[in-house]
Design a protein around this ligand. Structure first.
Ligand code: SF4
Ligand code: SF4
Ligand code: SF4
Length: 241
């Protein structure tokens, strides 16, 4: 039996339609319930309206996490081209916390979208349902069931970098400049908390833009600030929420 080109194509189309039909059988998708935040979760509140961009939190983070303060990352575009500032443009293999700057037009007014500027702090968000934890094949990313803080176990880590790709915020990064490099990210200064301290960025912040404490209290503080005139509420940084 011979098939004309038309018959072949018609048959092939029918076959594809059948396959598509079979493939469209109602999916028996299995999904788990979204994870919930632990009752006593700890967290950090960042209030951009109170941030003055002083970078004290960036320096304190480096000091607290033994990062060489002389590390000046390669300049990108015209950012810090003269390497005047020992600050990174964004998170990298050793930078766990950065203050980024939004600029528009003549950048003359703080916190204004047009012709204004604003600051933004970037570090790990210690997500309720952390994808870095989900993708790690050896459970080297660990979410504390009581505090919700996500830490990284360098001894268990394979260095596969799945977490770098799994994190929607690009937070965990590998220190490629170090022969014995590893994945790094903010661990909310778990080592300082173990000694009764708080994350260095919140401890040093002079304006109360960065606060540390139980998430329930931070949410109440955030509600208070949202109801007030932006930037009008000043909180002493030495007190966590
Ligand atoms: S590394 Fe990314 S996914 Fe993991 S807790 Fe931090 S922000 Fe969330
Ligand atoms: S790099 Fe390490 S922490 Fe990240 S997913 Fe791989 S094993 Fe886990
Ligand atoms: S220390 Fe506080 S005010 Fe200074 S840049 Fe960091 S968050 Fe902003």
């Amino acid at each position: 039996m011979t098939l004309s080109r038309r018959q072949f194509l018609t048959g092939a189309g029918a076959g594809a339609a059948t396959a598509a039909c079979l493939g469209s059988t109602p999916a028996q998708a299995i999904s788990r319930e979204p994870k919930q935040m632990p009752e006593g979760a700890l967290g950090m509140l960042y209030d951009s309206t109170l941030c003055i961009g002083c970078q004290a939190c960036v320096s304190a983070c480096r000091a607290a996490n033994d990062v060489d303060v002389g590390h000046v990352p390669a300049p990108l575009a015209d950012w810090n081209a003269a390497r005047t500032w020992a600050v990174a443009e964004d998170l990298d293999g050793v930078t766990l916390n950065v203050i980024k700057v939004y600029r528009d037009g003549d950048a003359s007014v703080k916190d204004r979208e047009t012709d204004g500027f604003a600051f933004m702090k970037r570090n790990c968000l210690h997500c309720v349902d952390a994808s870095c934890v989900s993708v790690c094949p050896v459970s080297a990313m660990i979410k504390d069931p009581l505090t919700g803080i996500v830490t990284h176990d360098a001894n268990a880590c394979l260095g596969c970098r799945y977490c770098s790709y799994g994190c929607p915020f690009g937070v965990p990064q590998f220190d490629l400049n170090n022969a014995f490099g590893q994945i790094n990210k903010c661990q909310m200064c778990a080592h300082l908390q173990a000694q009764g301290g708080m994350p260095a960025c919140c401890d040093v912040c002079p304006t109360g833009a960065s606060l540390f404490g139980p998430v329930a209290l931070l949410q109440a503080e955030a509600e208070l600030r949202l109801a007030a005139e932006p930037g009008s509420l000043h909180r002493c940084s030495r007190h966590s929420a």
